[in-house]
Design a protein around this ligand. Structure first.
Ligand code: PGA
Length: 251
């Protein structure tokens, strides 16, 4: 039985004061459940602050990005070692905003994936198709391609310490959510791809859904057999909304 994971991707949002308030309300409202883990990924500049505020709670700390190199002349970048040093357990890799706005390609994302694991971080590998690709019936090809790039580079065993997030680009920040049935089809496809290489790894790998997850649709999505939680953007910035998503596991 896979344990659920609900991860908050704050993206480029928050300031010291609002971070503190959000974390306070989260800590107070989160019902402890053996069925789900909770992760918060603030902007890098606030990792230390949020990490300190989360200290002693069960909520884990994650980063939104990293650079594959360990150190060196990469102005403005952060390494996996730094993120680990500051207390992160997870890092988001290959988010569609990084792919689209910062030109990150599959091969670079695969390097980031192994860099994260090199220092003991758990990568959350995001995959997903755009609206145009879905309309052109390319969803399967695009998602498998994104997954394959990492599988070839890192190997199937690497997925013992990784999370995958299926995030249809057309559902991110748009209010359009994939139906639980639409999402389940792609989640099963991803798990099937892993199973071709190793069924035990496929059974244990958590596959999150992301794209306009909110309190009102989370339970229905998480009830699907291959959906093991959510990667939540907009709704994670409002404590009550995020809490209702997390707590949908304990109800
Ligand atoms: P959203 O973002 O929940 O605001 O759609 C999800 C994500 O980009 O991870």
């Amino acid at each position: 039985m896979r344990k659920g994971l609900v991860a908050a991707n704050w993206k480029m949002n928050g300031l010291r004061q609002s971070n503190a308030t959000l974390i306070d309300v989260l800590k107070a409202g989160l019902k402890s459940s053996p069925n789900v883990e909770v992760l918060v990924c603030p902007p890098a500049v606030y990792l230390e602050q949020v990490g300190a505020e989360l200290d002693g709670s069960l909520v884990m700390l994650g980063a939104q990005n990293l650079h594959p190199q360990q150190s060196g002349a990469f102005t403005g970048e952060l390494s996996a070692e730094m993120l680990k040093d500051i207390g992160c357990s997870h890092v988001i890799i290959g988010h569609s905003e990084r792919r689209q706005l910062f030109g990150e390609e599959n091969s670079f994302i695969a390097e980031k994936f192994t860099a994260a694991q090199r220092s003991g971080l758990i990568p959350i590998l995001c995959v997903g198709e755009t609206q145009e690709q879905r309309e052109a019936v390319e969803t399967e090809a695009v998602v498998l391609d994104q997954l394959e790039a990492v599988l070839v580079h890192a190997g199937i065993e690497a997925f013992n310490n990784a999370v995958i997030a299926y995030e249809p680009v057309w559902a991110i920040g748009t209010g359009l959510t994939a139906t639980p049935e639409q999402a389940q089809v792609v989640h099963a496809l991803i798990r099937g791809k892993l199973a071709e290489a190793n069924t035990a790894v496929a059974e244990s790998t958590r596959i999150l859904y992301g794209g306009s997850v909110k309190g009102s649709n989370a339970a229905e999505l998480f009830a699907k057999p291959d959906i093991d939680g959510g990667l939540v953007g907009g709704a994670s910035l409002v404590a009550e909304g995020f809490l209702s998503i997390c707590n949908s596991y304990s109800e």
